[in-house]
Design a protein around this ligand. Sequence first.
Ligand code: PAF
Length: 294
Amino acid sequence: MPAVHGVTGLRDQVQRWRLAGERIALVPTMGNLHAGHLKLVEEAHRHATRAVVSIFVNPLQFGPGEDYQSYPRTLEADQAKLQAVRADLLFAPAVEEMYPGGRDQVTRVEVPGLSAILDGEFRPGHFSGVATVVLKLLNIVQPDVALFGEKDYQQLLIVRRLVTDLSLPVEIVGVPIMREADGLAMSSRNQYLTPAERQQAPLLYRTLGETAAALRNGRRDFSRLEAEAMQKLSAQLRPDYVSIRAAHTLAAADTNTRDFVVLAAVWLGKARLIDNIQVTANESRRGPPLPQNS
Ligand code: PAF
């Protein structure tokens, strides 16, 4: 599978495909690929005839003191994995290619409101960095469709809003979370966990599952449910938040809400883990059954 590192080379190849009547999908990633990313590529093949994958550890979306320097960069191994799932092209630009004028002065886009809540409260500037690089990647590749994992649920909604607000001619597809056998959502950051922490990490999904079950069973005392979940998580993890929101808008849930999403972020050692479960009233969605006795 070929790799290109420059915008011009990328555009030349995509243009050739487009002239031949092909439909182009983009899977934006930061690399260190796991089965969740590969599922995005497999899904891309269902939506397009060519799957372009970008690997770019975007400095704009990391705050001071976050893991930009240490974020795992595994390009060669990633390329082999992409080959195995028949990706058609890897776009792996350097920072200088993406931000030739320097990253400090670069034009940024902001999706107001949605970017300031939940993860945005704990990671100021993060979603502006995400929106900026996603807009750039969409402009560079000009795909028909772009695919994003639902683990980053807030990011997915922000990208959808960006695309709507700026009238970008691209379809955004969300792909369900891939989980380990014990329920832990797959994430590049899971590799920061020590073996002991890895044992504790499924508490996040279990707790979200219990909150989701309570919603399905008709409980609507949202603040209390959130507080109970925070307490359970705090036994072993350091939660930033647990929040029950309306799934389509991330507005605070109320008694008229039918489609919920329960979102949480926790710290475990050096890793900050996020996860979510969507719940439609009287009906659960997604994820394997909860482990029984752990
Ligand atoms: O989800 C990610 O890996 C990143 O936030 C993305 C969308 C590739 C932008 O850098």
